[in-house]
Design a protein around this ligand. Sequence first.
Ligand code: GDP
Ligand code: GDP
Length: 435
Amino acid sequence: MLPVIALVGRPNVGKSTLFNHLTRSRDALVANRPGITRDRIYGIGRVGGGGYMVVDTGGLSGEGEGIDAHMAAQTWRAVEEADAVFFLVDGREGLTAADEEVAARLRGTGKPVWLLVNKTDGLDGELACAEFHRLGLGRPHAVSAAHGRGVKAVLQRALAELPPGEPEPPEEDDAVRVAIVGRPNVGKSTLVNRLLGEERVLAYDEPGTTRDSIRIPFVRDGRRYLLIDTAGVRRRARIRDFVEKFSVVKAFQAMEAAHVVVLMVDAREGVVEQDAALAGLAVESGRAVVVAVNKWDRLPEAQRRAVGRELELRLGFLLEFAPVRRISALHGSGLEELMAAVDRAHRAATADLATPELTRILQEAVARHQPPLVRGRRIKLRYAHQGGRNPPVIVVHGNRTELLPEHYRRYLANAFREALDLFGTPVRVELRSGE
Ligand code: GDP
Ligand code: GDP
């Protein structure tokens, strides 16, 4: 599971700047997608071979009232869920009383805290850090979020010093791993109970620490599935002291562990901001996605039309590859179609793609539309092979491919998707230059 790093500090110390820096290396798939890159609070970054999740927080002003109190509550929840905390202070402004308050509270959490003295570009780092030793959070690190200076070193140390996570449970070879995610009350547990209730539940894991995920194997129409970590599953498993708190971090971790994400929305409530945020994370996870529009039973015609429009408007970037199924978890209608879409998306996400076929599709796509000329010379694309599964990665080899425009890469991705019937899954095209 990806470790989670929370960014904490007063407003204006540079949290969002650092957030952007830490999550900049996201996959090309996510870049340039309208609707997900702006105002994100949760992001994914990669360093070396591993990844991490970053959570930006609203900021702690030290004021205990109104919007500030609300932001503070959100921030402390993010800290609770994090594996490590980056506490940012402003090296230009110097130490403030609010910094001391936050530091005192952070010390009480028992979380590994890294003290980052930001905005030290053009300053003597050591000098800027001197007064922050007083916070009692260990050695302050001089960084510049805006210039990326000093950030990577802290990040690598922070990741290296995390306790090793739970080993991933062994893969249930041929089982389809499904994560059902959605806001509270969209009907996740109703759906889970339907799916489990209709067929035999084989077993379930008891949760141990908060970092564990619950996985429930079940069989439906002779196919084996593994349901991953949802509130619905927990309730079903009758864990008494489990209080459901909507956790974007947990939802994301479930997505990462899945083959197929079922993103549930509530047709009665419509598609809201939080649905779009989950959809953005689903895209970041790279998983196959099926959108389940729930509570379709006896929905007035006008509301049906309204939901259709909202889906286009708010989840348009996801619907580029994700199919939509309308269901009633309560009455069990639409579940055949939903699970058929899940199976099909799973097949696509995990398909083995043969080099000769990929190369043939590439050549046909190029014959239909030549890559653009760059400085009077044509970019040549020669052959393609598979570079990964879940999601399918197709590596295209050629000359000067680094100059290939993004729109052409997307053209290729769509050509592969159509030719290979890659339904429900994102398709990644990576480019390699051979010269
Ligand atoms: P947040 O409120 O904590 O998210 O802070 P922001 O990321 O919005 O940054 C607040 C201001 O500080 C912006 O004007 C940034 O451009 C500036 N800033 C952030 N990081 C740095 C830095 O490393 N050096 C300098 N000089 N300015 C920075
Ligand atoms: P969760 O928080 O996402 O697990 O949502 P629940 O499964 O607890 O469902 C929340 C509420 O929505 C409950 O009152 C359910 O009975 C109701 N509900 C769930 N699915 C449907 C549905 O398909 N149609 C209708 N009308 N109500 C539903």
